[in-house]
Design a protein around this ligand. Structure first.
Ligand code: NAD
Length: 297
């Protein structure tokens, strides 16, 4: 079904995601604080909205792709915001990566107004956004999930209903905590191998086929050579920046503290990525942390 969609946040991820909805035949009105982002979207077949309310008014579906929890709270709950402007039948989908508390707060405020809402953070990066191959982790009522599915399918490939409101964000931060920890583990193993006189390719040949196998090794190998498409082969040009990884590790630690979970390796990964970012490497791909780990050694 062709829908009228309001899309808020046309940045690195939101821009190509909104463009894929246009390609799928929907009428998409886009809004971003950055005028250049809105103009770029217009060049891809989108309609320009001069304000958030203009993008939202009369829309069947409203999608947000914003930096962090505070932006999402403001966008939904603020004066002239999404909940105030949305039509009573509108479906609300927040694809930003934010803290679980903000996701639940916005989700319940929407429910109080009788609006269907899901939190649907993504994994797959800018490449996945462009190719419409993102993975969506979707928290919210079953009915809202069912309504969201066709729109998410126009932007991604794997769509998992994770449970009640907020569980999409929970899945995202748990997954990325695994990723941050596993990347550090793989970097440490290569740095140790170097000191032991073990060739990178030989370690890769063994570990990629044995119990050390993981995504950080086989898709995103932090040394050049074994996986030609990994950022290590282009001097750690991102990809997925260390600053983004740090953001997600902080969210995981905040969530962990809030519920009293034990996540000591998650805490150590956050500390290491903090030090890497503070040293001025926040815009480097997150696999570039191997340079700092070598120095420490
Ligand atoms: P980005 O900074 O490129 O885009 C965010 C956009 O939101 C910007 O264009 C900004 O101007 C706009 N914006 C901020 N406040 C606004 C407001 N009140 N109204 C309208 N527009 C507003 O960021 P991004 O890389 O697109 O990431 C967006 C979200 O996706 C983040 O939560 C991020 O953690 C998550 N994410 C990013 C990646 C990635 O690889 N870039 C991967 C997975 C998830």
């Amino acid at each position: 079904m062709v829908a009228r969609i309001g899309f808020i946040g046309l940045g690195n991820m939101g821009g190509p995601m909104a463009a894929n909805l246009v390609k799928a035949g929907h009428t998409v009105r886009g809004y971003d604080l950055a005028a250049a982002a809105v103009e770029k979207f217009a060049g891809l077949g989108g309609h320009q909205a001069g304000s958030m309310a203009e993008a939202v008014r009369g829309a069947d579906v409203v999608i947000t792709m914003l930096p962090a929890g505070q932006h999402v709270r403001e966008a939904y709950l603020g004066e002239g915001g999404i909940l105030a402007a949305a039509a009573s039948h509108a479906l609300l989908i927040d694809c930003s990566t934010i803290d679980v508390d903000s996701a639940r707060a916005v989700g319940s405020a929407a429910a109080e107004k009788g609006l269907a809402m899901v939190d649907a953070p993504v994994s797959g990066g800018v490449g996945g956004a462009e190719a419409a191959t993102l993975t969506f982790m979707v928290g919210g009522p079953e009915e809202a999930f069912a309504k969201a599915q066709p729109y998410l399918a126009a932007m991604g490939k794997t769509i998992v209903h994770t449970g009640a409101s907020g569980t999409g964000q929970a899945a995202k931060i748990c997954n990325n905590m695994i990723l941050g920890i596993s990347m550090i583990a793989v970097c440490e193993a290569f740095a140790l191998a170097e000191k032991l006189g073990l060739d990178h390719q030989k370690l890769f040949d063994v570990s990629s086929k044995s119990s050390g196998q993981c995504w950080s090794l086989t898709t995103y190998c932090p040394v050049p050579g074994p996986v030609p498409t990994s950022p290590a082969n282009r001097d750690y040009k991102a990809g997925f920046t260390a600053a983004m990884m740090l953001k997600d590790l902080k969210l995981a630690q905040d969530a962990s503290a809030a519920v009293g979970a034990q996540t000591p390796l998650g805490a150590e990964a956050e500390a290491l990525y903090s030090r890497f970012a503070e040293a001025g490497h926040g815009s480097v791909d997150f696999s570039g942390i191997i340079k700092m780990l070598r120095e420490r050694g």
